[in-house]
Design a protein around this ligand. Structure first.
Ligand SMILES: [Zn+2]
Length: 307
């Protein structure tokens, strides 16, 4: 038990929550959408830069251990990156001409519409992916507010959605789910469920984290031993563990079912359209994320049976 500190925080945080709850609905949703757009703008940076940052760190490690091999790995045509490169530095710019975005060109969605999807300096087209990520994030913010009301749980739900979105895109681009996203997400789920009034009782959350990891780990090894194929990566196990930590073990069967069906459908469509070889593995992370988000917002019948 925490001493007097906890009610103090609860009271003072509660004042802001009450003030927010007292706002008219239009203001609440307006705030959620603007907040979502701003976070979405940050997510576009994370999705683009985090894999590059990880690859740099990985290369630096290889170079430190085996300098000779690492040099042959470099692509001579690659645009050199500045020495300091992280989520804050350098400022965003046009990949075509290097033009640094001015403040107004950084406004989510609005600047894309005003510039008609082109760089202000050289006119090179800007990928519609950026405003789409921003809009999707804003939609998640509004949906979280709608589903959980003006409550801290809504903010937590939005945090989960935003992280799932960023992870899905990174997995889709690189077929890799970074530990720097999956592991903090797992811890965050356990912390959210520490007290009463989380998404799942702490007991279910802990069992969910363990069961989520172990289940996919077993599937992976069975496939590997029986058929000699690697369908998934360890990042997928960690992501399902994180979803178990957030939503409890009872959410896992539904998450797995939704992701398996969605993955099979997309796989079939991709095979049919691109004549893709069937063995080519699809990234599984985005489908787990879809299953997790659906369960977050719509629950699972298992809660009604056992909850
Ligand atoms: Zn440009």
């Amino acid at each position: 038990m925490l001493p007097s500190f906890e009610p103090y925080v609860a009271d003072h945080a509660g004042v802001y929550l009450q003030a927010f709850a007292a706002l008219p609905a239009a203001a609440k949703y307006g705030f959620a959408v603007v907040f979502g757009l701003v976070i979405g703008s940050f997510l576009t940076v994370v999705v683009h830069r985090l894999p590059i940052m990880l690859e740099r760190a990985w290369r630096a490690e290889i170079e430190a251990t085996d300098a000779k091999d690492a040099h042959s790995e470099h692509d001579p045509h690659e645009r050199p990156l500045p020495v300091r490169y992280n989520l804050a530095v350098p400022r965003s710019g046009c990949p075509h001409c290097g033009h640094t975005l001015r403040a107004w060109e950084n406004i989510p969605v609005v600047s894309f519409v005003l510039l008609r999807g082109r760089c202000a300096k050289c006119g090179a087209p800007v990928s519609p992916r950026y405003p789409l990520i921003e809009l999707a994030t804003a939609l998640f913010a509004a949906a979280s507010l709608y589903a959980f009301g003006p409550d801290w749980l809504a903010l937590a739900a939005f945090g989960l959605c935003a992280t799932l979105l960023a992870m899905s895109l990174i997995d889709f681009d690189t077929k890799y789910l970074p530990d720097s996203l999956t592991l903090p997400l797992l811890w965050a789920g356990l912390i959210i469920n520490l007290g009463d009034g989380g998404f799942a009782p702490l007991r279910d959350a802990v069992i969910g984290a363990i069961a989520g990891y172990l289940f996919l780990w077993c599937v992976y090894w069975i496939f590997r031993l029986v058929r000699g194929v690697e369908g998934m990566g360890y990042g997928d196990f960690k992501l399902l563990a994180a979803l178990g930590a957030w939503l409890g073990w009872m959410a896992l069967p539904q998450i797995l079912m939704v992701s398996a069906i969605a993955g099979a459908l997309v796989g079939l469509i991709a095979t049919w359209r691109k004549r893709m070889r069937f063995e080519e593995p699809l990234p599984f992370g985005p489908f787990l994320a879809i299953g997790g988000a659906l369960t977050l917002f719509f629950g699972t019948p298992l809660y009604a049976l056992f909850g």
